[in-house]
Design a protein around this ligand. Structure first.
Ligand code: NAI
Ligand code: MG
Length: 354
């Protein structure tokens, strides 16, 4: 098994280093090879996703990714900006299924923006379709309006679209994930207003016939946004399109306390995947040794489970993280009175030891 290690920029290098140390201590047989991506690759090779980096990612069974981006690249033309590297990797690897678990660890219930009793024991999984929807639908652009409320005015337009096979494959992913959990899927749509999401609802319902052991319900996205902050524990697996998933997964992230705790996985049809923390390169704290490495370490656990068929090793990492939190170790983003404030390296050391 081969893992491509792409640390990227900012805190990316600091947090990935800790995840790599955790992987090494597991003593499993896999090869790790590192390459530059994002701003680091632009500095070295003039492009955020050089050919050699893309080839390494394509040849690997899994990619462990840190984060990319920095304000200093804001003036570059769009195609050379660090963030293009993520879009390029998603596209070239065909990563259509984005898994974002939102778990509230017992010791961190106070860090949530909701009351502790609402989030204690929270363990939900948001599955976001990643390659379709209004973010990529054509046509799009700007033009002079010929009709509407203001004919002759400048207008902009995007196209929301999903094909039946695109919906089918993400629905299968959701039902299969639910089978390994509490066997409930909530499909989030806006079928009352949008034709795209009427098709979404119809197709998810059709696919559900193949999973009689999994309960399916449908929810409009506006209601889902409410329920996520009213009674988040009622959800098990939530499956939705690219735009609704973007918004709801960030909302769910806040239930758990810190973005520094949230892993993610993006998978293609061959279970090849890219694993990364849900946060960015945090230029405000980069180089200070204070970033929370747990989101990246937990992403490595997801990688072992989904792409490398090492579920026991994944369990070992996740229990080590729980043990370290129980011992009171906290990076500044999750620190509270009475716990021990540690830096990135010390947190990594603690997980390795556990
Ligand atoms: P961000 O997620 O990097 O930071 C938001 C806030 O959370 C900051 O205050 C930061 O210090 C804090 N934070 C993030 N991760 C943390 C960690 N592990 N431990 C402790 N605190 C943490 O988002 P922001 O500031 O909007 O973007 C910064 C750069 O990252 C931009 O260039 C952006 O484009 C890029 N970005 C990259 C992503 C990726 O590589 N997948 C995703 C999101 C943003
Ligand atoms: Mg987002």
């Amino acid at each position: 098994m081969k893992i491509a290690i792409l640390p990227g920029d900012g805190i990316g290098t600091e947090i990935v280093a800790e995840a790599v140390r955790v992987l090494q201590v597991l003593d499993l047989r896999f090869e790790m090879e590192e390459a530059k991506v994002g701003g680091a690759a632009y500095e070295a090779h003039g492009h955020p996703l050089p050919d050699a980096t893309l080839k390494l990612a394509q040849a690997a069974d899994a990619v462990l990714f840190g984060a990319v981006g920095d304000w200093k690249y804001d003036t570059l033309e769009r195609s050379l900006r660090p963030e293009q590297a993520i879009l390029g990797l998603r596209k070239h690897l065909g990563l259509f299924a984005n898994f974002r678990p939102a778990i509230c660890y017992e010791q961190l219930t106070h860090a949530s923006s909701l009351k502790p009793e609402l989030v204690a024991g929270l363990d939900i999984l948001i599955i976001r379709e990643l390659t379709g929807d209004i973010y990529f639908g054509q046509p799009r652009g700007r033009r002079t309006a010929v009709d509407g409320h203001f004919p002759g005015a400048l207008e902009a337009f995007d196209t929301m679209r999903y094909s039946k096979p695109e919906i089918e494959r993400i629905a299968h992913v959701a039902f299969q994930a639910a089978r390994k959990r509490n066997k409930r899927v909530t499909s989030v749509d806006k079928a009352n207003v949008l034709e795209t999401f009427q098709l979404w609802k119809d197709v998810v319902t059709e696919v559900s016939a193949q999973y009689p052991d999994v309960a399916l319900d449908h929810m409009y996205v506006d209601n889902a946004a409410m329920q996520l902050v009213k009674a988040p524990k009622k959800f098990d697996v939530v499956v939705t399109g690219n735009m609704f998933g973007d918004i709801l997964s960030d909302e769910a992230a806040m239930l758990t306390g810190s973005i520094g705790m949230l892993p993610s996985a993006s998978l293609n049809a061959n279970n090849q995947g890219l694993y990364e923390p849900s946060h960015g390169s945090a230029p405000d704290i980069a180089g200070k040794g204070v970033a929370n490495p747990l989101a990246t370490i937990l992403s490595a656990a997801m990688m072992l489970r989904f792409s490398l068929q090492q579920p026991e090793a994944a369990d070992r990492i996740e229990s080590a993280v729980r043990a370290v939190l129980a011992s009171g170790y906290r990076t500044p983003d999750i620190w509270s009175e009475g716990t021990q404030k540690v830096g990135t390296r010390e947190m990594g050391d603690a997980v390795v030891a556990a």
